[in-house]
Design a protein around this ligand. Structure first.
Ligand code: T5A
Length: 212
């Protein structure tokens, strides 16, 4: 079972994907928790290039291909072997993020991105995607709070620095995906407190894992 966590900035995915991992552990269900961009040594190197604001100029197409390169490595090195071993894979963002951010956010061609996603993931699609929904302004405030709290590593704030219109286009992009594939998505109201959101996540996991 391949389950992805998606949503706008600061919607609580990272918090909840970790708690979801603890929940599966408590139920003795083999699983891994991973993230994009990241998950592998190459992925972490690309993550630094893409997320840390720096003087490096990255044009949209180069950004797209860097996310795709990180995904190709991640799928081959971590995700497929884990799925083959029977583990549940919980992944913080995956190919939907590329359509939402690089397609709707940056304005790159969505059909071309779909093709690149298929190529880089070897046609791997999530079985279920939890979408953490909350107003983009609230999420950005939370994300900026998290960035200011962390002083131990360089801030991952390149996307948070984009204007509000960019983030609204990303949110609209996610909703286009949800309308295209309503059977894959589960919408989680992420505007509530962490415990309420967590209970919802567990409820969805229970339902998903009891699917034939
Ligand atoms: N990206 C990614 C692309 O452009 N294309 C792609 O193909 C891919 C894969 C990833 C960035 O890359 C972009 C999208 C992203 O901009 P990231 O750091 O992983 O970078 O960014 P996010 O996934 O957006 O991570 P964030 O940390 O910003 O947001 P999360 O993970 O949604 O939220 P989280 O859990 O870190 O929480 C943020 C803050 O809110 C608090 C937390 O304690 C934390 O301080 N919080 C809550 N506060 C109140 N109520 C709740 N319910 C809360 N839940 C968490």
């Amino acid at each position: 079972m391949f389950i992805t966590f998606e949503g706008p900035e600061g919607s609580g995915k990272t918090t909840q994907v970790r708690k979801a991992g603890e929940y599966l552990l408590s139920r003795n269900i083999p699983h891994i928790v991973t993230e994009e961009p990241g998950g592998t040594q190459l992925g972490h190197t690309i993550r630094k290039l893409l997320l840390n604001k720096s003087s490096l100029i990255i044009f949209g197409k180069a950004e797209l291909l860097l996310f795709a390169a990180a995904r190709a490595q991640h799928v081959e090195e971590i995700i497929r072997p884990s799925l083959r071993s029977g583990a549940v894979v919980l992944c913080d963002r995956f190919a939907d993020a590329t359509i939402a951010y690089q397609g709707y956010g940056r304005g790159l061609n969505v059909d071309e991105i779909r093709w690149i996603n298929e190529y880089s993931s070897g046609n791997l699609k999530p079985d279920v995607t939890l979408f953490f929904d909350l107003p983009v302004e609230v999420g950005l405030d939370r994300a900026m709070g998290r960035i200011h709290q962390r002083t131990d590593s360089p801030a991952e704030d390149r996307f948070e620095g984009e204007d509000l219109q960019f983030h609204r286009r990303v949110w609209d992009g996610y909703y286009t995906l949800i309308n295209d594939e309503p059977e894959r998505f589960r919408i989680v109201n992420a505007a509530r407190d962490q415990e309420q959101v967590y209970r919802d996540v567990c409820r969805h996991l229970d339902a998903v894992l009891s699917m034939p």
